[in-house]
Write a protein that binds this ligand. Sequence first.
Ligand code: MN
Length: 498
Amino acid sequence: MKAAKKYQFWFCTGSQDLYGDECLAHVAEHSQIIVNALNQCGILPYEVVWKPTLITNELIRKTFNEANSDENCAGVITWMHTFSPAKSWILGLQEYRKPLLHLHTQFNREIPYDTIDMDFMNENQSAHGDREYGHIVTRMNIERKVIMGFWEDEAVQKRIADWMTTAVGIMESSHIRVCRIADNMRNVAVTEGDKVEAQIKFGWEVDAYPVNEIAEYVKDVSQGDIDALVEEYYSRYQILTEGRDPEEFRRHVAVQAGIEIGFERFLEEKNYQAIVTHFGDLGSLKQLPGLAIQRLMEKGYGFGGEGDWKTAAMVRLMKLMTAGKKDAKGTSFMEDYTYNLVPGKEGVLEAHMLEVCPSIADGPISIKCQPLSMGDREDPARLVFTSKEGHGIATSLIDLGTRFRLIINDVDCKKVEKPMPKLPVATNFWVPQPNLQVGAEAWIYAGGAHHTAFSYDLTAEQMCDWAAAMGIEAVVIDKDTNIRNFRNELRWNSMYYR
Ligand code: MN
C-alpha cells in the first residue's frame, strides 16, 4: 500500500517595507524562531518550511504559485507580524489552490509594560495586521482555517497539527481511486450516489470491474503463498474452530488468504486504494471476502459493503489522514446494527456481516468460520474481536440528489456488559452524543446512512474543515445538539447549499 507523501507546510510571514530594514530583520528573525519551535515541539506531524517575509504583490504572487507547483507542499501557513496592506495579497490568493491556515499569533506573549513604546507597537502588531489580512480572505470568499493563540502553547500546536492532518486529507482526496467489483445492492437507496459529481467535488475516481476479473487474480495465487499467509494467520490470531473439523476449518481460512493476496495484487497493479464488494455478486469467489477485507482495511485500503463506494472512499480518506499518527486507535467501515434500550445503558451495537477493520480491536483477535445468513457461498472465515473504549467520530456521506452532505456524530465507545459468545462478528458499541435518543433522531433527520466511516483518531472539526474545502455541507451531532436547532440548521443549509 502506497503511503502518503512526506508533505511539508510553508510558513509565510506578512509585512511591508514601511518600517525600515531593522524592523524587517526582526520580523524575519522572529518568524524563523517560531518555525524552529514548531518543528521541534514534537506535536506537528509534518515539517514547517520557513519562507522569506512577504512584502510585495510580486513576491506574494510568486510564493503562492510556487506553493501550488511544489508537489510536497500541502499548504501555506500565513501570519502577519506587522501590518501588510491586504490588496498586496489579492493576486496571490486568487491563484493559490491549496489549503490555507491563518495563524493569528504574536511573537511576544506579554505586553512589556515597563518598556513599551511606539517602536515596539509598530513592530509587534499582529492584532492589527492579521485583521487586515483576514478581511481580504473573507471578502474573496476563500476557504481557510483561522487558529488564534500563542505559538509556544501546546494547545495551539495541537490545533495546527490537526489542521495539517485535514490539509493532507484535502490534498490526498483527489488521489483516491475506488474499485467496484459489484454494483450497489438492489433497491438500496442510501448507498447510491452520483459518481461523476463525486469526482468533480472530491476528485475520487470510481471504476467498475467484472468480479471475475479480480477472481482470476485470486485463482492465480500459488499454494505456497497461501500456505505462508495461513501460517501467519494461525500464529497471529486465536483459532476458534467451535467444533468444526480443524482441517476443514483451515481450508476455509485458506480461501480468505487467497482472496487477500489476489485482491491486493489486483488493487496494487491497477492503482486502487479502496474496494467495494457485495455478498450477492461474488462470481467465482468461493466466499464473501471477510478476513481478507479486514486485513486489507488494516493495511490502509478503504472498504464499503454492498457496493457502497462513498463509504469506501471515506474510509480510505480517513485512513490516509490518520496514517502514521502516534498512538492511533483505528479507523474502520462500520454499520449501525442493533440497539440496547435499557435505561442508563443505551447504545448502538456496531458491526457488519464480516468486514470490520482490526485496527480498532481491543484485546485478542480470533478467527471464526460460520455460515453467512445471506448469499449462497461457503461459510466465510472472519476476524472476531471487540473494540477500544473512548471517543470517536462516525461519518456518513450522503447524496441528496443535487448535492452531498457529510454527517458527523461524536460517539463514546464502551465495552458491552457481557460477552456475546454466539455472535460471530467483530463489534463496537457506542453511545452517540448527546445521547442515544437525540443522536439517533438528529442522524435520521439529516438522512444519515446505516454505513459509516468511523475513526477514533479524527475530530468533527477536522472533518468539517475537510468538507468546507470540498465545498459541501457538513452537520455535526455532538454534546451541544438539540433537535429544534438541528432541524433549523438543516433548513438553513438547504438554502445555502442549493
Ligand atoms: Mn452493510
